[in-house]
Design a protein around this ligand. Sequence first.
Ligand SMILES: C[S@@+](CC[C@H](N)C(=O)[O-])C[C@H]1O[C@@H](n2cnc3c(N)ncnc32)[C@H](O)[C@@H]1O
Length: 329
Amino acid sequence: MINDTHDFDAVPVERFHGADGRAVRPCTPAAVTRRHLRMLDLRPGMRVLDIGIGSGYSAALAAHLVGPEGHVTALEIDPGLAGRAAELYAEHGHRVEVVVGDGLLGHPEGAPYDRILVGTTPPAVPTAWLRQLAPGGALLAGVRVGDLPGAYAVAHISVGNGYQPDQVVIHHGGYTPMRAPGEDRRTSHAEAGDHSLTLATTGQTTYAATLLKALLNGRHTQPSPAPGDHYFHFKNWLIAAAPDGLCEATLPEGTGIGLAAADGAAILTDTSLVTEHQASPALGKLLELVHRWQSAGAPRTHEIAARLVRDGDTWHARLDVEDSRLLTA
Ligand SMILES: C[S@@+](CC[C@H](N)C(=O)[O-])C[C@H]1O[C@@H](n2cnc3c(N)ncnc32)[C@H](O)[C@@H]1O
């Protein structure tokens, strides 16, 4: 269990992130790393695999938490990042074994692990990771919960005696996408000033450009009925509900989720609700969905039922909203 003052002082984040927090990219915010390690409940003596070394901070903190009886292996595809972290570990005495390789395969040589932390998002969770867990082990990884560009979340998966997943809870948040070997480092999907609209159903893409133009021109904007963090939970609930016309757009108000049909679109961000005009049918439908989410108790992402769906040698993480069939009727 992380003792905030004691453990965070023992592994100073500035050592890895730099004094300005920008020493290396990509690197996960320290608060997120701490939260995820807390969720994994690292204890002395555990064996841990940390996939995606980034700044090196998560593996160093994990090594401190498992202590001299435990063992941490950090697996990283980028030899430059792996080398930088290895030097810091050697210089400051952090006991982390650094391995360069494709995290998608895990690191069977060091298995079984009590815990696996994956600070990046694979296209789907490989069975290899589950097989490398010890009985009763747990894994926390970035996951895709749908096909829209922003459908990222974090799955906490436990296994029982076999490698079959026993329990899965999905949390809001997300990690950068995993790279395949040889692939260039990806940039963020929308540059500042870039606007886009993506529909969940590919058959509808013919009118995406028209809807985007309408949303950027004759715009009606009102405050978001699900502001701040509520937005992220509504977004995940809506992805799970999968209503007709589900879409994502990046507008001057930010990136949001919403509904689009041939006769209009409505997009909700963490601050605003945007439509091309106040009488848009899409606005009424989206507000009705917000109301349903609120009537269901405004569930946060981890309160929505989650499951893993097998797809060959991988598993897709999915959220389930009970009345989703009503929403698509
Ligand atoms: C967000 S960073 C992880 C941050 C890190 N845990 C920390 O404490 O700063 C994601 C990392 O995953 C790595 N990565 C991406 N694809 C990978 C792959 N296929 N195998 C291993 N590492 C990968 C990236 O190079 C990057 O270092």
